[in-house]
Design a protein around this ligand. Sequence first.
Ligand SMILES: [Zn+2]
Length: 169
Amino acid sequence: MTLGDLKYCSFCANSLVLKIFDGKKRHYCSNCKRFTFLNPKLVSIGLIVQSEKLLLVKRNLEPGKGEWAIPGGYVDQGEIVENALIREIFEETGFHTNVLGLIGIYSQLNESVVVAAYGAKLIGGTKNENSPEVQAVEFFSFNDLPTLAFPRDKDIIADWKRWLINYKK
Ligand SMILES: [Zn+2]
């Protein structure tokens, strides 16, 4: 994933040009005489463990199609972030969860997606692999994790292990 791009003004459909504003190239409509600012896209993901095993999903979407990732997805505008997490995990895995707490916010230079990683707890439901977004749903031992789609997920898992120690105190 990289930064998003825009071709047309969403108000008048005029072609946008790039113009410097605040020291950065921004999308500008010469017809409306206004800039369009691109915001980060928020994704929430949940680390869920059961019987010492971590819940992962095999992605059916690019990027990382066919590889494993921590379950979660995009937060809709106006949606409570924790509710988005519960919704996405249910859609992708069939499991109901409670959110325990925030592990951290993860962002990268020149990357449009910002990830909010939460510790979560499985409270019910049954495994469902019918979501069009995933190929499979599986629990993995920590010493036998599959290849992860996103390099950041390794760091998030390490942070979550440290976070969990404090959470349990
Ligand atoms: Zn316009």
